[in-house]
Design a protein around this ligand. Structure first.
Ligand code: SF4
Length: 264
């Protein structure tokens, strides 16, 4: 900051004043390439849905090409999540493979304290046995630190063996009721996307027993208090499937609804 003295006269009287001038830094327009990791691991999320848990977000190069919602209504491709997180991670992953990103994710998980439950892949997935094993090994180390649970959802359940996920509670993301039995036959508990919840309590649809996600039906419920998805073994044993109503911003919702109509 510099001080400049100004003098002037008015009606034959002399005045003077000190003017403080703040040096303005030139605005940096070109910040160069964004070369950070293609993974975010948050110790505590701000997500209203999840509650105070840890979470990972990874570039979409990790997602299976077969995901019906990729580029067609994926909630991570719309709204603030897309702007702040997904696009940035995808830019950083331009020269990376899914396995590179899985190793980055494992390193990021290893830096978490393990004092809260961990949601894997608010964005992203593991589409091969090898990537799932890398992330599952880090999840096991995480659980060993604080005894908390690790849970996630996958669109790659047709190609990734359930055993590759180890102790992670992992639900197969399904779009059609008949896929639930297919996922079960591969050892997965399932989550089914529906256009809307017909009931608030559990109900039958096409021979599938659905529990509408309580976070979507009951005010104040968060994953951290509900915990249904944290125990896929119990969901399988009790024959239960979590139902998720389509959600997202208006544009994403319209796309997702079209995708769901086309796949059912
Ligand atoms: S069923 Fe429970 S744990 Fe699963 S997403 Fe809904 S609120 Fe979260």
């Amino acid at each position: 900051m510099t001080v400049q003295r100004i003098t002037w006269t008015e009606h034959e009287r002399a005045y003077k004043s000190d003017v403080h001038r703040v040096a303005v830094q030139p605005r940096v327009i070109n910040r160069g390439p964004d070369i950070g990791p293609a993974v975010f691991a948050k110790e505590v999320t701000e997500g209203i849905k999840l509650g105070p848990v840890s979470a990972t977000y990874v570039a979409q190069v990790t997602c299976p090409a077969t995901c019906a919602f990729k580029g067609a209504g994926c909630y991570a491709e719309h709204g603030p999540l897309a702007m702040v997180t997904t696009k940035r991670l995808n830019r950083r992953a331009l020269a990376l493979t899914a396995l590179d990103v899985a190793h980055q994710e494992a390193e990021a998980i290893d830096r978490l304290t393990g004092s809260r439950d961990l949601r894997l892949h608010v964005v992203g997935d593991c589409a091969t046995d090898e990537t799932a094993q890398v992330v599952a090994a880090a999840a096991e180390r995480f659980e060993g630190r604080g005894g908390k649970r690790v849970w996630t959802y996958t669109h790659a359940w047709r190609t990734v063996d359930r055993s590759a996920w180890g102790n992670v509670s992992v639900l197969a993301s399904c779009e059609r009721p008949e896929q639930v039995a297919e996922a079960r036959s591969r050892g997965y508990a399932a989550a089914l996307v529906v256009d809307e919840h017909r009931e608030r309590k559990r109900y039958e649809r096409d021979q599938v027993t659905l529990i509408p996600c309580p976070e979507q039906t009951t005010r104040g419920v968060q994953c951290v208090s509900c915990r249904l998805c944290f125990d896929d073994t119990r969901l399988i044993k009790d024959g239960l499937t979590i139902a998720f109503a389509l959600h997202g911003d208006r544009a994403g919702l319209a796309k997702a609804r079209r995708t769901l109509e086309e796949t059912t």
